[in-house]
Design a protein around this ligand. Structure first.
Ligand SMILES: [Zn+2]
Length: 167
């Protein structure tokens, strides 16, 4: 028999969809939506909520704007977003990954960069992603600089950087 769960107490980490197909239902040990259908468990969900909250607590000590996130994808996954930066962890909280997207409010957008390296802390995951992104930006800026030099427009790189960074 399906048991109704008061999901509002997980609102800090779990968005409750209006669409019933996306809403998880508890049946025995399982806690899964009809759209997922992978028989995700309540135990996994509780662990994911705890995981999301622990990442948020940790990252908000060193940074700002981190919000927890729990979602279903054949198993309960968890992580946290700060604007366009998303971190997620594995179920044992021993490895973390980070993705930087072009969506300033988090939750989707196109991936701009992910390091592809699993880190042992959420902070390290963010550092891996942005230093990998920085390396890529250096090569883009280098190419633009070379193109500007090729037509003797040396100020172009400075004008471009000013425009991009909104200075
Ligand atoms: Zn599921």
């Amino acid at each position: 028999m399906a048991k109704k769960i008061e999901l509002s107490r997980f609102l800090d980490v779990f968005y409750i969809p209006e669409d019933d197909d996306d809403c998880p239902v508890e049946r025995g040990e399982t806690f899964c939506s009809s759209r997922c259908g992978c028989e995700c468990t309540r135990k996994e969900f509780d662990r994911a909520v705890k995981g999301a909250r622990s990442i948020v607590k940790r990252l908000n000590k060193v940074g700002v704007g981190w919000k927890g996130r729990v979602w279903e994808n054949c198993g309960w996954q968890f992580g946290a977003d700060s604007g366009s930066v998303r971190v997620w962890g594995d179920s044992t909280l021993s490895t973390f990954n980070c993705m930087i997207s072009d969506h300033v409010d988090g939750g989707g957008g196109s991936m701009l960069w992910t390091s592809g390296i699993s880190a042992t802390t959420p902070e390290e995951a963010v550092r891996h992603a942005y230093s990998a992104m920085e390396d890529r930006l250096k090569s883009f800026f280098g190419a633009v600089r070379q193109a500007a030099l090729a037509i003797d427009d040396q100020d172009h790189v400075v004008r471009m950087a000013t425009r991009i960074l909104g200075g």
